[in-house]
Design a protein around this ligand. Structure first.
Ligand SMILES: Nc1ncnc2c1ncn2[C@@H]1O[C@H](COP(=O)(O)OP(=O)(O)O)[C@@H](O)[C@H]1O
Ligand SMILES: [Mg+2]
Length: 238
């Protein structure tokens, strides 16, 4: 389909004898938030690491706007328009927030003034502008997650991969996170949103996949997946 941004086809990733991702296929269309849920250890982060090139998959394909990116490096995939946040935020503790955001763009030909303006704008979006001269280490865990989102906003990717954006984030920062994700979606960005926390992902997702022991065990609209006995069993049975 022409509006498919991300297409994962029969992707497999093994760690020795463990099949962490086992023949997973999924797709994300333009302007869609696609949720990926599953209990801890289901393979969600591993799948995300395969999509953005941190892990080399053993089998299957990843396509971005119909171009094969399966064997590309994380840097190449980022340049192709894929941004992501990490389950454990990657904050530079001794740098201020502006510098934290500028790091990924230092080797581009953008001017310092331009980068600073973009960093400030990113910080403003997530409510961290007042803290722009504070060091990374002064932020709470939730604020660090918002800083990661600000970095994504600043890089302006087409496809955004979010790994557990709400985990360990207090309710007021969660609200900012939710609002910003919805705002980006309204600007036609596409998302693969990974979480084991169901409330926010149920609210946001246009389409939902359920991963269990590396395999997709259900998919569909939120209300279909919510009431699927296979899903209830996978969550409550463990
Ligand atoms: N680098 C790795 N080396 C070996 N095993 C790993 C590695 N990363 C993840 N795993 C294993 O793969 C499985 C899926 O992990 P992960 O993708 O982190 O799950 P989730 O993000 O759904 O909690 C787990 O059994 C985990 O222990
Ligand atoms: Mg994970």
């Amino acid at each position: 389909m022409s509006d498919t941004v991300l297409e994962v086809q029969a992707l497999t990733k093994r760690f020795g004898g463990l099949v962490a991702v086992d023949g997973v296929s999924l797709e994300v269309r333009k302007g869609q938030i696609v949720g990926l849920i599953g209990i801890n250890g289901a393979g969600k982060t591993t799948l995300m690491n395969c999509v953005n090139g941190i892990y080399r998959s053993d089998d299957g394909q990843v396509r971005l706007n119909n171009a094969d990116i399966t064997r590309k490096t994380p840097h190449e995939i980022a340049l192709a328009g894929v941004g992501r946040t990490f389950q454990v935020p990657r904050t530079f503790r001794r740098m201020d927030l502006i510098d934290n955001l500028m790091v990924p763009l230092l080797h581009t030909d953008a001017s310092d003034a331009d980068l600073t303006a973009r960093a400030e704008d990113g910080l403003r979006q997530v409510g961290l502008y007042e803290l722009r001269h504070n060091h990374g280490e002064e932020l709470s865990g939730g604020q660090q997650k918002l800083l990661e989102l600000a970095r994504v906003i600043m890089l302006d990717p087409e496809l955004i991969l979010l790994d557990e954006p709400f985990a360990g984030v207090n309710p007021s920062l969660c609200r900012i996170m939710l609002q910003q994700i919805e705002k980006l979606r309204d600007a036609s960005k596409s998302f693969l949103l990974v979480s084991h926390d169901l409330t926010s992902i149920y609210r946001l997702s246009d389409h939902l996949y359920v991963l269990n022991q590396g395999e997709i065990i259900a998919e569909g609209l939120v209300e279909d997946v919510q009431n699927d006995p296979v899903v209830i069993e996978a969550y409550l049975g463990n």
